[in-house]
Design a protein around this ligand. Structure first.
Ligand code: ATP
Ligand code: MG
Length: 504
């Protein structure tokens, strides 16, 4: 029997830059194909070609032995291909069911009855254990919930090949386990999946075959049983990767961030942050662990003055920030790697250079007298691109054209290079490859060694455990427990995350 999907000699160029070079790839019916590669390796480009979002310059696609031309997502869907994109495509102001109706082609949209669509959403969410409320407004969902909506949207039209472009970057360990379960169920139904991720453990767990791209070329294909995490890492980034973070002891200095008795309301009115207190000192990384949606976003948002607080106090470097604007906060030496890089971290249509110097307009090093000096700005941005290994054809490209991980690296570069006294780092390594994870971790530790206070929020337990000096477990808007990293006990943390104050 012919394989479900065959890509033959696919190449794709962007004004001379080669994003995919003669890629051959086969996916059998009922197979899970894991696709790995460092940031900018060409994974999303290849999947966008398969989904009809862009056309290859050379090469062809075969489905069950038949050569096909996929010129639009509509055609891809007709061939039974569904795709979950790396970046969310949902409209926040609409409900889940409205978003799903909007994704349908016009013909079927007219005939749609909201209730029938909602019923099918519920049936799918029941079948694949993807908890989704059809009538919830997307803007009120956590990122994990939004990810589930994207998946339901992709499988709504009964696909036989599901492309998942980095669906786990924003998920909690529990949600990742649920997703892996869904992939297994899909496979049991003789459906196929192409699964892109930077997390090696899960790709080894669910894939039947793993392909590795590097600089647009397929450099290896391995069976999960015959490889190791270390080998995959080396294949991806072309060098060995250190998984542990090295940290020297630092004696923390004065309190940089003091949050006392803070309450912040959620959009729906309940207190997302509920009389919370914590402080972070110079030279200290304070990591917040918790199930997504327990007030982490609202806490950071209130510190950054992006959300109004309900009551309580926030002091930065001794200054009470009540009534402060987001700009006042930045002027106090605060850097923010935001949760949602596409909406808050970058100006997507502006160039990489503009994005990198966004707040450096005041930096005297970049000026001749009072004006920004072009050669100096260029030199500075070139330095950042090199230091942070941002893969880009040039500095003028609109940042939205960079691969997802490279956009993230640009945000991290800009925020860390401001030399902040307080860094708010939310999922700082979201979507970056393991080489870049190692690098970003080192940079965060270096900032802390220089005396920066770091508030780290991440759904990655390993990341928080290895980077933090102190750990706070958040549950329903309160810090239920605090501990030194040295005393961190996974079991106790697990209990606290579930809302239980006493372990055992
Ligand atoms: N429309 C475009 N114009 C110019 N260059 C592009 C365009 N789309 C992609 N590229 C370039 O192609 C390369 C491959 O990008 P792609 O998004 O496929 O990487 P990726 O493997 O998905 O990386 P990541 O893990 O960061 O998501 C990148 O260097 C990117 O800048
Ligand atoms: Mg990508």
């Amino acid at each position: 029997m012919a394989p479900l999907l065959e890509l033959r000699n696919i190449s794709k160029y962007f004004s001379g830059f080669c994003a995919n070079h003669e890629i051959n790839l086969t996916v059998e019916t009922g197979q899970v194909y894991g696709l790995l590669g460092e940031n900018g390796a060409g994974k999303s480009t290849l999947m966008n070609i398969l989904y009809g979002l862009s056309q290859p310059d050379t090469g062809s696609i075969y489905i069950q032995g038949q050569k096909v031309k996929i010129t639009s997502p509509k055609k891809a869907i007709r061939h039974g291909i569904g795709m979950v994109h790396q970046h969310f495509m949902l409209i926040p102001a609409l409900t889940v069911v409205e978003n799903i109706i909007l994704a349908m082609d016009e013909g079927s949209r007219i005939l749609m009855n909201k209730k029938a669509v909602a019923d099918r959403i519920l049936a799918l969410s029941d079948k694949y254990k993807l908890k989704v409320d059809p009538y919830a407004k997307v803007s009120e969902l956590t990122v994990g919930q939004q990810q589930r909506v994207e998946i339901v949207k992709a499988i709504y039209k009964d696909c036989r090949l599901l492309i998942l472009d980095e669906p786990t970057a924003v998920l909690t360990p529990q949600e990742i386990e649920e997703l892996c379960q869904m992939i297994r169920q899909f496979k049991a139904e003789e459906k196929s999946v192409i699964f892109i991720t930077h997390k090696l453990r899960e790709v080894m767990e669910v894939s039947d075959r793993i392909g590795v791209l590097r600089s647009g070329e397929k450099v290896a294909e391995v069976l999960p049983g015959e490889t190791t995490k270390e080998e995959l890492a080396a294949l991806m980034v072309g060098k060995s990767v250190q998984f542990a973070v090295e940290k020297k002891a630092v004696i923390p200095g004065k309190r940089v961030l003091e949050v006392s008795d803070l309450s912040v309301a959620h959009k729906d009115g309940h207190m997302a942050v509920d009389h919370l207190s914590l402080s972070v000192r110079e030279g200290e990384i304070y990591g917040i662990i918790g199930v997504d949606g327990n007030g982490q976003s609202e806490l950071v948002s209130a510190i950054a003055a992006l959300t109004k607080r309900h009551s309580g106090s926030i002091r930065i470097n001794g200054r009470e920030m009540s009534g402060a604007s987001p700009k006042d906060v930045l002027d106090c030496g605060v850097s923010h790697i935001p949760e949602d890089r596409q909406h808050m971290g970058i100006a997507i249509r502006r160039s990489l250079m503009d994005n990198l110097i966004l707040y450096s307009y005041k930096n005297a090093d970049l000026k001749n007298r009072k004006l920004l000096s072009w050669p100096k700005v260029k030199g500075f941005t070139n330095q950042l691109v090199e230091k942070y290994n941002i893969k880009t054809p040039d500095l003028e490209i609109a940042i939205g054209y960079l691969s997802g991980g490279n956009q993230q690296k640009a945000v991290v570069a800009r925020e860390l290079e401001k030399n902040p006294s307080l860094l708010l780092a939310v999922h700082p390594t979201r979507g970056v490859d393991i080489g870049a994870v190692e690098f970003i971790h080192k940079q965060i530790v270096a900032a802390r060694n220089r005396g920066c206070a770091v508030l780290l929020v991440s759904t990655e337990m390993d990341e928080v455990l290895s980077l933090s000096d102190r750990i706070g477990v958040i549950y329903e808007g309160q810090i239920l427990g605090e501990m030194d990293q040295r005393d961190a006990d996974i079991q106790e943390i697990g209990m606290l995350m579930a809302g239980s104050k006493k372990a055992g």
